[in-house]
Design a protein around this ligand. Structure first.
Ligand code: CO
Length: 453
């Protein structure tokens, strides 16, 4: 019998082929109303020839497209043609990645103080910003691409001097993002489309991957995993290794008014680590934030490539609710005991407003192996297990009344076939409706979005 570790390792193995398939082999039946494209990004090459990167997050970015049209599914995949991609041609990383550094001379390190040369290896998320599809990573570099051919169109620095997050929010046709500015005078910055609309100076910025948005507020969750940014450019230590965990400091919830851009309030709560918020909303004078909480940042090291390939266990997040009380208290409640990461909601309808359901991916073995649905009003939790699925992207049925009336689209690695499929699940019951088989394995990725036809 093949061990689980060996099975999951395929999802952390290079994929070199770029293909286009007009019609994937389909099992089951697609809902007749479902039409559009699931666009995803993720790492697809970690072994560069002379160097293997240190971390799952550091593989070269590849886009994947599944287009559902007239009851069939087409597929394409392409590497992003970025500076990072070109720079790795000689077998080593050319830019500073999350946990992997190029070998740089002392002169190059000093030069980087003036021009940090951010990586454009946009393997974290895709979004539509100011009318263009872009792939994003945790630098200010956005890579525009053609959503049909997946051709790389260009790299833009948006906005010019601001660190960006790979998880912008969208509202009224505007993209709202938060930046952690690390050079010069460090600051958290609130960004609308390509404009900085608010900022808050900070001595030791936290590692921030996403933020929460309500109808009136943007909330940055400053967990105590922080850095003295002056140490970053001059050393040869990878970016993330500069961050230190100070649990005694607890977590600060930094609240900005979206309209004025002003920093209007802080709440102080217990120490925890977070990558992803699920949703947030106002209730009376309280702010409620649901997020995937870890006890500490051990997950960052646990997702190191060598550790994952060796099948070492991963600490996993739980869905928790933080209620910021008008009086200053922070109340913390666990919403489900099931591990849950990569959270998704019915974004178009409930983003910034009260929600009932959160879907996500969970892990019980050596990697993500479960799709989870949580009813946050009752705690009722439903799961689906088969192979190694990724983030479940919710697509609602047009005209629906119930919040969970729709489907989840998730890319599943099937160890027995040594290849991946896009699986369509009923979002209410998590029963499988259809499965479109891809002829190759799709390396484990992070995030995607559905573009309706
Ligand atoms: Co993310």
């Amino acid at each position: 019998m093949v061990s689980l570790a060996t099975d999951a390792t395929l999802g952390l193995t290079n994929l070199d082929d770029e293909i286009t398939v007009d019609e994937l082999e389909l099992e089951g039946e697609l809902p007749p109303w479902l039409a559009g494209s699931l666009l995803r990004t993720g790492p697809a090459r970690w072994d560069l020839g002379k160097q293997t990167v240190n971390h799952w997050f550091d593989g070269l970015a590849m886009l994947h497209r599944f287009t559902i049209d007239g009851g069939s599914v087409s597929y394409a995949n392409r590497f992003l043609r970025t500076k990072a991609f070109a720079g790795a041609k000689d077998g080593r990383v050319g830019y500073r990645e999350f946990a992997t550094d190029p070998c740089r001379s002392a002169f190059q390190r000093v030069a980087s103080l003036f021009d940090p040369g951010f990586t454009d290896n946009a393997n974290v998320n895709v979004a539509r910003i100011m009318g263009k599809w872009v792939a994003l990573t945790e630098t200010p570099m956005a890579v525009t691409f053609d959503p049909e051919t997946l051709e790389t169109l260009g790299v833009t620095k948006i906005p010019a001097t601001t660190g960006g997050l790979a998880h912008p929010h969208g509202d009224n046709g505007k993209a709202l993002s938060m930046g952690v500015h690390m050079t010069g005078r460090p600051a958290y910055r609130l960004i609308e489309d390509d404009r900085v609309v608010g900022k808050l100076p900070v001595r030791r910025p936290a590692y921030v991957h996403s933020f929460a948005m309500t109808e009136r507020f943007a909330v940055l969750i400053e967990h105590p995993y922080t850095v003295n940014p002056i140490t970053i450019p001059l050393s040869n230590k990878p970016f993330i290794e500069h961050f230190e965990w100070h649990p005694e400091k607890g977590t600060r919830f930094v609240v900005f008014d979206r309209r004025s851009g002003r920093h209007v309030a802080d709440w102080h709560g217990p120490a925890f680590f977070v990558f992803h918020t699920a949703n947030a909303y106002e209730e009376g004078d309280d702010i409620v934030i649901d997020l995937c909480a870890y006890d500490d940042p051990g997950i960052v090291q646990a997702l190191g490539l060598q550790r994952l390939r060796a099948g070492e266990p991963i600490p996993w997040a739980r869905l928790e609710r933080f209620r910021l009380r008008a009086g200053g208290a922070v109340e913390r409640t666990r919403l489900s005991d099931e591990p849950l990461e990569l959270p998704r909601i019915d974004y178009g309808r409930v983003n910034g407003r009260p929600h009932r359901y959160v879907w996500g991916a969970g892990a019980h073995s050596d990697f993500v192996d479960t799709i989870v649905k949580v009813d946050v009003t009752t705690g009722e939790t439903t799961t689906w297990r088969d192979g190694y699925p990724g983030e479940p992207v919710f697509v609602g049925r047009p005209g629906r009344e119930e919040e969970d009336d729709g489907v989840l689209l998730t890319v599943v690695l099937e160890p027995e076939r040594a290849a991946s499929s896009m699986v369509v699940l009923d979002a209410a019951t998590l029963t499988e409706l259809a499965r479109a088989r891809v002829p190759h394995h799709i390396p484990f990725g992070f995030h995607g979005q559905f573009s309706r036809a």
